[in-house]
Design a binder for this molecule. Sequence first.
Ligand code: FAD
Length: 562
Amino acid sequence: MSVPTKSIIDTRRYQMFPTLEPAEIERVRRFGEVRSYRAGDALAKVGDKGHGLTIILDGKVDITQHDESGPRRLIVTQNRGEFIGELAQLAGQPALVDVYAQGPVEALIIPPERLRALLVAEADLGERIMRALILRRVGLLETGAGGPVIIGRAEDGDVLRLEGFLSRNGHPHQRLNPATDLEAKALIERFHVDPGELPIVLCPGGQLLRNPSENELARCIGLVGPIDPDHLYDAAVVGAGPAGLATAVYAASEGLSVLVLDRRSFGGQAGASARIENYLGFPTGISGMALMARAYNQAQKFGVEMAIPDEVKRLEIGSNPDNGKFVLTLSDNERVSARSVIIASGARYRRLNVKNLEAFESSSVHYWASPLEGKLCAGQEVALVGGGNSAGQAVVYLAGQVAKIWLLLRGGDIQASMSRYLVDRIAGLTNVEVVTHAEITALEGTDGTLEGIRWRQGALGKEIRRPVRHLFLFIGAEPNTDWLRGSGVTLDAKGFVLTGGNAASGRGPLETSRKGVFAIGDVRSSSVKRVAAAVGEGAQVVAALHAFLAPALPLQAVAAKH
Ligand SMILES: Cc1cc2nc3c(=O)[nH]c(=O)nc-3n(C[C@H](O)[C@H](O)[C@H](O)COP(=O)(O)OP(=O)(O)OC[C@H]3O[C@@H](n4cnc5c(N)ncnc54)[C@H](O)[C@@H]3O)c2cc1C
């Protein structure tokens, strides 16, 4: 008999929906303004931006989930002393739920920037509110409430791409199967969608997208908006991996205005790690996504602006390099101006040198092993190439989901490149078979679906074929530095960014050959490729930022920032 899993709303209700005491409400009144509503008025509607936190002073409100085909679903009713909001309110992003007054309501409205000030100024109360906002987002993620609806087959490469994008950005969504779901069929008919145009995405605001890019989807659901080209940020951080997020948190908490850009999602490579076991302070390990989501929320709490997904294509340096302004050009030709730039663009996965790899990359070849991929491969036979720690972690995670894993190593000794604890764990997994000196010789399949792979063990070994439908590649990384071409930032022979004395004389430890441009984390030449090292460099660079920016800032501002 299967045990029904309890939703987070059942298990953490008291933390998700706390009631503020009258004295607490009095303390936070200074952050907002009081507004009155009549019965039936909307306090917030899905897609509306910039609401902030709403504390009910009198009356009752219903929080409901918008449903395309049926009646509105009540999530919860909030009474006097309770508050409305979830994580989107921290950054002024669109509301994910509708809120209606049951009768006359009086409420204290705290806009996003004042909410962030409240969270910092009122430590204990701020912690309770922040926890509630996070748990509410988790609740929405569980149910998919308030997010876009993707209509397409689970194994379709574009569905995987869009679902992966939304999951990695911590955004709720639902997927409907066009073959079996009546609601999906109704929507396809209503919008006259040809089967060849699937997947389609229905945004909460009612817009329909046909197989959108990640950027189109992000704009439709309000994850990114236009950037003001006239605003001069103190620091523009390129990359929202652990290094970039650490800089963002420390710089913003010390008063600098910070914009973080990432072309994919927050978390970087660390976000792809099924379980990080060597990060200080987490003795039982933590999933990379959970660690990075905490950092992302923390950065938003301190007022960091996020432009995700937005790809930086070029860096231009102002005419006065000692005190100049830097301009970043984005893929859609938008421009960002900043007084300093932090290169935290990390590294990307190396691809396998097999001729038809690209044909299978959207649905059968994976560079991550998250629960999404785990579900996709459940009960099947898979192959994984790689001998480093990231490969080891993926094997340990996938072994619990799949029937069999072939771990293909180019070298002859797994211990040469993998930490001892992972080697030991893999040795204890009965469904993992390690093949040394292996080289993949062919990928077979049709219409982008892998049906089998062939490999040879040693140059003279015989070719082996297995009916593997999913291939995981963890074969190292190359630096993301293409966008620095023409910027004057010096790279080493492998394309990593040089810093300190290796870049130019008189440069600080994390400074590049261009003054005011810093490099941290995996993208930096000779860096230690670890989450903790990236976070450490992200924190360390903030002192260098202050030193560089101080002469450019008015004296009053400098005093306020320290
Ligand atoms: C599967 C896996 C498991 C791992 N497990 C561990 C572990 O257990 N312990 C550990 O210590 N380390 C682990 N690592 C290594 C660790 O994740 C990295 O060292 C760390 O993430 C580096 O952080 P970073 O911020 O420097 O760069 P990254 O994490 O690479 O982040 C860089 C970010 O920059 C963005 N970006 C790149 N170019 C651009 C551009 N032009 N415009 C905008 N954005 C851009 C990318 O999208 C990316 O999000 C693992 C790595 C992987 C892949």
